[in-house]
Design a protein around this ligand. Structure first.
Ligand code: AQP
Length: 333
C-alpha cells in the first residue's frame, strides 16, 4: 500500500477550489492508501497571520477533512507544528536545495509580488518545508491541485539530490502527484483567468465551504459570464475562461465529464445553467458545510483527533529523521 501526505494551510476562507482540487479526493483515497492529512500552520505564517485567529482556522481545516469523509480514527489528521520533525528535516533540505531551483518557483513570485525584497525568508523556503512534509513520511503520492505541481517536482529534485549527495540510493522515494477530475484548477468567479484563492479580497470571487445555500446561489448568479449563449463545444468553452470555469465546476461536482455537461447545456442561456449549477452546488456542498459547522462547535473533539493524529505521525517521522541525521553524519553523543 502506498502512503499519502497532503496539506492545507489554515489561512481562512476554505473554498470550492481547495475542496475539488484537494480535500474531496482525500476521502476517496483512503481505501487504497495509508493517509496523512496535515493542517500546515507553519506554511501559513510565511505570510502575516493574526495569531488570535490561527487556532480557529486550524480547527476549520481539520473539520473540513472530517466533513469531507476522512476517517480520523483510521487515517492521520494533525497540524504540522505538533510534529517538529517537519521543521528539522526542512533545515536539512534547505541545505540540499539550490538557490537557483527556488528562484524558478512561480508561487513565490506570485505571492511575493513586486516587493520581493520584503517577502519573508520562509515564503522563499516554503517548497523545502513542503518537501520535508512529504518526505518525513517517505510518502509515495500527494493529491494536490494543479498549482502545486511545480513544488512536487522540486520535492523529487530534493529527494534525488539527497539520495545522490549522501550515497543513499532509494532512501527517499520520488513522490508522485495525484491530480484528478475536471476541476484541478478552479478559477475566480469574478475573473476566469485568476485562480480561486483564499486571499482574494472579494468574497464574491469564491464559494466558501461554509457558505449557506443563499450565499452560494447569490455568488453563482453574480458569477461573471460573457454575453453569448452557452458554449457549443469544449473547444469553444476553452476560449471563454469564465464559462469554461463554471462548466468545469459543474462537471466536477456532478462527477461527470465536461464534454457531457457542455453537450447538455450547448446554446442555452446562462441563467438556466446557473440555476442547475446552484442546485447541484447546494446539494453537494451543503452537507459538507453543515457538518463543518457542527464539528467546529465541538473543538474538543477536533483537537482530540489532531492530538491523536500527531502522535501517530511522530511515530512514523521520528525513525526517518533519525536515519537522516545518521546519514548526514550528525553525532548522537
Ligand atoms: N483554485 C484552486 N483549484 C484547485 N485546487 C486548488 N487548491 C488551492 N486553490 C485551488 C489546492 O488546495 C490545496 C490547499 O491549498 P493551500 O491551503 O496550500 O493554499 P493555496 O494553494 O495557496 O491556496 P489558496 O486558496 O489560493 O490560498 P492563498 O490565497 O493563500 O494563496 C492544495 O492542494 C492546492 O493545490
Amino acid at each position: 500500500k502506498g502512503r499519502i501526505l497532503s496539506g492545507v494551510q489554515p489561512t481562512g476562507n476554505l473554498h470550492l477550489g481547495n475542496y475539488l482540487g484537494a480535500i474531496r479526493n482525500f476521502a476517496r483515497l483512503q481505501g487504497d492508501f495509508e493517509c496523512l492529512y496535515c493542517v500546515v500552520d507553519m506554511h501559513a505564517i510565511t505570510q502575516p497571520q493574526d495569531p488570535k485567529l490561527m487556532a480557529a482556522q486550524t480547527r476549520e481545516i481539520a473539520a473540513a477533512f472530517l466533513a469531507a469523509g476522512v476517517d480520523g480514527g483510521k487515517q492521520i489528521i494533525f497540524n504540522q507544528s505538533m510534529v517538529p520533525e517537519h521543521a528539522q528535516l526542512a533545515w536539512v533540505f534547505n541545505c540540499v536545495a539550490r538557490v537557483g531551483w527556488m528562484n524558478r518557483m512561480t508561487q513565490f513570485k506570485e505571492k511575493a509580488g513586486k516587493d520581493r525584497e520584503n517577502a519573508s525568508l520562509g515564503l522563499y523556503a516554503y517548497p523545502a518545508l513542503m518537501a520535508a512534509d512529504i518526505l518525513i513520511y517517505k510518502a509515495t503520492h500527494v493529491p494536490v491541485g494543479e498549482d502545486q505541481k511545480q513544488h512536487l517536482e522540486l520535492t523529487r529534485d530534493i529527494a534525488q539530490k539527497f539520495n545522490n549527495d549522501f550515497n543513499a540510493p532509494d532512501f527517499f522515494p520520488l513522490t508522485e502527484p495525484l491530480i484528478f477530475g475536471e476541476a484541478t484548477r478552479v478559477m475566480s468567479l469574478r475573473d476566469g483567468t485568476k485562480k480561486m484563492s483564499k486571499s482574494d479580497p472579494s468574497d464574491q470571487s469564491r464559494i466558501n465551504l461554509t457558505d449557506d445555500a443563499d450565499a452560494i446561489a447569490l455568488k453563482i448568479r453574480r458569477a461573471k459570464t460573457d454575453p453569448l449563449p452557452m458554449p457549443e463545444s469544449v473547444a469553444d468553452a476553452e476560449k471563454r475562461p469564465d464559462a469554461d470555469n463554471l462548466l468545469g465546476i459543474f462537471a466536477a461536482l456532478a462527477d461527470r465529464e465536461k464534454v457531457d455537461v457542455v453537450r447538455e447545456f450547448a446554446g442555452k442561456q446562462f441563467s438556466e445553467f446557473k440555476a442547475a449549477l446552484t442546485e447541484l452546488a447546494v446539494a453537494k456542498l451543503g452537507p459538507v458545510g453543515a457538518e463543518m459547522q457542527r464539528l467546529m462547535k465541538d473543538p474538543g473533539h477536533v483537537d482530540a483527533v489532531m492530538r491523536n493524529g500527531a502522535e501517530r505521525a511522530r511515530a512514523i517521522a521520528e525513525p526517518i529523521l533519525a536515519e537522516v541525521y545518521r546519514t548526514v553524519g550528525f553525532l548522537k553523543p
